[in-house]
Design a protein around this ligand. Sequence first.
Ligand code: EPZ
Length: 420
Amino acid sequence: MQSYVIEGKNKIEGTIKASGSKNAALPIMGAAILNPEEVTFYNIPNIEDTKITLQILKILGCKETIDSDKICIASKNMTNKTIPKDLMHKLRSTVILAGAILGRFGEATFSYPGGCNIGKRPIDLHLKAFREMGVEIEEKEDYIHCKAPNGLIGKTIKLEFPSVGATENIILASVYCKGTTHIINAAKEPEIQDLARCLNKMGAKVYGAGTSKITICGVSKLHKAEYRIMSDRIETGTLLCAAAITGGEIRVENADAEDLLDVLYKLKDMGCKIWIDTQGITLKAPKQLKATSVETMPYPGFPTDMQPIIGAVMTKAKGISSIKENIFENRFKYTEDLVKMGADIEYNEKENIIKINGGKILEGKIVSSADLRGGAALVLAGLAANGTTRVENIEYILRGYEHLEEKLKKLGANIKVKKG
Ligand code: EPZ
């Protein structure tokens, strides 16, 4: 187990570049399975989740060449259509690879992906959509066997919930479909728009990504392509919040404010000054943060992945803040450790709401990450707390943030990694 040891009260100040987006990289690496011609991706973040995904692609038979700033993937000789169970369980997003395998070969075998501590995270919407596209699904011995005996057929699929993963999976599965596929009530996240841009660069025909109706016209083949993936909007939001909670001033470059507007509105509401330009976002924290309220929603609403992060900032905001979590059923675990550090938080489990009576002094304690974004929230609290904070189980955090310790050090934080 690894930990961060943080000496608090240093202001987070300076300029930093955002890395590539974890949640765009994962489905886009799935697109490499669809395309037997060589694809080259730039700006893929070097984090645990992308390393595991590359491991799976290799096991499936893809050839990978990794340079400092680019990854070339050739799936021409790919024959294996089964995603290994042990790797499926390591990563939720592996289920998206299933749609790509299904789209390419008309069959795929995988197991239920790992949930994580934020909720059950079923895949019923994915499987329902596959069935509607002519896929026969058989579940046995913890594996899900998918087969489309007559190939996948383009259909109009209405999602009961704008699921990001289900939307991505249907897009990947339908690229070579006979006919046209329409997704109604599709998720609109920027990462889905990035996947569509990447697929279209390969010769696919995906229209309407970013709206609630996406149309995919089946094509017979894809061609060689290069693609630079988008920046990580959640990492950008996390770095901006690190400056907000420590009373600092930061400029995040390679950040697109368009992907994060609701978060920027809320930070402004809390008293932060924010400037945006084509290259990035600058934030200057106020002397005293003000309380605000947040409800997590599908894009373009406030992103659930920023919920724990803004929750940490709210502990320093004078007054009563509130957060209603509408996307996941168990995403407030981090508040137990914030309370241990001196935060005054009330949790209404029935309504999935927390109320934070902010402006308290936080004291450094030994705390433990229970999930990726909850762990990041504890890091931010440690940056603002008096004394020393030890954040344990940072393996969760390393899954989704590239070089976080180095970036925070460059911005003035006193943080180091302790093994064991
Ligand atoms: C993606 O997860 C992201 N992960 C999550 O980021 C993000 O929180 C989430 O979208 C919502 O924006 C990746 O992109 C790799 P969903 P995903 O399907 O696709 C329920 C992070 O911290 N649901 O939109 O799993 C589900 O249980 C991660 O980077 C079903 O009920 O999210 C959840 O309550 C965490 N049945 C809600 O929908 C299904 O078949 C949203 O899930 C699918 C989902």
